[in-house]
Design a protein around this ligand. Structure first.
Ligand SMILES: [Zn+2]
Length: 258
């Protein structure tokens, strides 16, 4: 029968093996996604689909910690002595660590893929059209993902330019992904403030609500402004977007505080 020391050693080895395999899987997943992005001529939707499959694999690997603990490790240890109580936390800690790494990994990879897609879109985007009237070159605005009406500066004819459907669709989603990551710091601050309020179960002091409101506004302002940098159209919506977010905040506050 294995001794206490042997069982602990075996458990430690198992956890190390899981962590190593997890890290290797992340590296492989990133390489595969970047490769697929190029192979599919920057079809972000296809790659995002693959990411979901990889996600499931990684989650299963994390689950193995708990499964193995309950099916094998704990029963064996319990048979030898009480020390198993002190060993369980190692599994929980690794579980939490890998979960956090996984979340961060997804966010960063999505960001990387989005930036690459955005750059590629800009590279391939139609930059000039020829005026229907005089054939002169008319410049197209690249950071607008819908139809544009472009006035020829030679003959004043208004030309309509319609970007490819692919360009129109990707425009918003890629831009949203990038803006989300660039506003991450503000998002975390907002979330922390919200969690503080949550811990009071409807009885949070007024200054907690003030703090939340401040971080909430800071997040949405940052997010919308990051979006405008990449998509000029978003500028036209800024006021309406902010007003909508303000309204959402007010109704949330009203429900929570009454
Ligand atoms: Zn013209």
């Amino acid at each position: 029968m294995p001794t206490k020391e042997e069982l602990i050693q075996r458990w430690d080895n198992f956890l190390t093996k899981i962590e190593n395999r997890f890290n290797e899987s992340l590296e492989q997943a990133e390489a595969a996604c970047l490769e697929q992005l190029q192979a599919t001529d920057y079809n972000l939707y296809t790659v995002m689909g693959s990411m979901q499959g990889i996600d499931a694999q990684l989650r299963n690997l994390i689950k193995k910690i708990d499964e193995t603990w309950h099916s094998t490790v704990q029963p064996e240890m319990r048979f030898v002595g009480d020390f198993w109580i002190n060993e369980y936390h190692k599994g929980i800690e690794l579980n939490e660590k890998l979960y956090a790494v996984h979340t961060k990994f997804n966010r960063n990879l999505e960001y990387k893929l989005s930036i690459l897609s955005y750059d590629n879109m800009m590279l391939k985007a139609t930059k000039y059209i020829n005026c229907a009237q005089c054939n002169a070159e008319v410049a197209v605005r690249l950071d607008i993902f819908r139809a544009q009406y472009l006035t020829c500066k030679f003959c004043n004819t208004v030309n309509t330019f319609e970007p490819e459907i692919n360009f129109q669709m990707l425009g918003w989603s890629v831009v949203d992904n990038i803006a989300t990551v660039r506003a991450q710091k503000e998002y975390d601050a907002m979330n922390n403030a919200l969690e503080l309020i949550g811990s009071y179960r409807g009885q949070a002091p007024a200054d907690y609500w003030d703090a939340y409101k401040k971080t909430y506004n800071a997040y949405w302002e940052k997010y919308f402004h990051e979006r405008i940098k990449l998509n000029a159209e978003a500028a036209d919506r800024l006021e309406a977007d902010l007003a909508r977010k303000k309204k959402e905040f007010n109704s949330y506050e009203q429900i929570q505080r009454n």
